[in-house]
Design a protein around this ligand. Structure first.
Ligand SMILES: [Ca+2]
Ligand SMILES: [Ca+2]
Ligand SMILES: [Ca+2]
Ligand SMILES: [Ca+2]
Length: 290
């Protein structure tokens, strides 16, 4: 049996713990910022190249993640990002189980004063070296590996090949590369412009099932940020599809060529907001963010 004093002490310390938790929550939790999305549809493309052989040794599901901390912060456009990737080595690597950061919601982004490891959620546990952790302001990420394109993903069995729709939502910008060598396909927005939170839809037809190299570059200059890599597959009729499950992704260290040769520059798709039909997300809106 507790004495009155013990009960009082217990009550006092309980209150202190609760207040401590509330205080910690209010000071440590990163603000999640509602965003206004622009939906963009780019032209349909076909991957005619062959799939690649399966890796010889087992590799984890997901994609290999790399991180570069850019100081001073100066990555407003994709072109500046690609120059930095070309000239530098990553500061850290991690395993991306699914490209969905932040995990909490589809229509939110994190303030870029958030630490990378917090932004990555459970994937932050694999972030190495830990000392490279930094805030998201001035960040470049690459997600690399293989995607398994199977017949079950086909959205239209009446047409040749496997038709899928890839959806990339990002703030700031991104570049998605599929295939390799002469068959490399690169999807991006205007690489010389600042791209606020957009969700870009691209219908892709693969003539053969199999494994294809994939690389997604994404970067954040400042203010708020987020990235999601989704697919609309099979008979899914939802608006934005599902985050690509890691069962379809292999974190293979296979090198893929990410800089198109001059002859394959034609494959480069610049998706301009002005030139392409856009549809605004009618349901959710708030303030506009950079
Ligand atoms: Ca998310
Ligand atoms: Ca930084
Ligand atoms: Ca088909
Ligand atoms: Ca931003």
């Amino acid at each position: 049996m507790k004495t009155k004093n013990q009960k009082l002490n217990l009550l006092t310390s309980s209150i202190a713990i609760v207040l401590g938790l509330i205080f910690a929550e209010s000071t440590n939790a990163q603000e999640i910022v509602p965003i206004e999305e622009l939906f963009i549809t780019s032209e349909s493309v076909t991957i005619t190249g062959d799939p690649v052989p399966a890796p010889l040794t087992p590799v984890p599901n997901g994609l290999l993640g790399t991180f570069r901390d850019v100081e001073p912060v100066d990555v407003p456009f994709l072109n500046s990002v690609l120059d930095i990737i070309e000239a530098t080595e990553p500061d850290a690597t991690f395993l991306s189980t699914a490209v969905d950061y932040p995990l909490e919601s589809f229509v939110t982004a994190f303030n870029s004063n958030t630490l990378v490891t917090e932004f990555l959620g459970p994937d932050g546990d694999s972030f190495t070296p830990a000392e490279a952790d930094a805030t998201l302001e001035g960040s470049i990420f690459e997600f690399t590996g293989l995607i398994d394109i199977t017949e079950e993903l086909d959205q239209d069995s009446s047409t040749e090949g496997i038709n899928v729709t890839f959806v990339v939502g990002s703030d700031d910008g991104f570049q998605l590369s599929l295939g390799d060598g002469d068959d490399l396909l690169v999807i991006s927005q205007d690489p010389t412009a600042n791209n606020a939170f957009n969700r870009v839809f691209t219908e892709v037809t693969f003539l053969q099932p199999g494994l294809y190299p994939i690389e997604l570059v994404y970067f954040e200059n400042d203010v708020v940020t987020g990235i999601e890599f989704s697919g609309i597959f099979g008979d899914d009729s939802s608006d934005i599809g599902i985050i690509i499950p890691n069962g379809f992704l292999l974190a293979s260290p296979l090198e893929i060529e990410t800089t198109p040769e001059p002859t394959s520059m034609l494959a480069l798709l610049f998706v301009s907001t002005a030139a392409l039909a856009s549809r605004q997300n009618k349901n959710k809106h708030t303030k506009s963010c950079k």
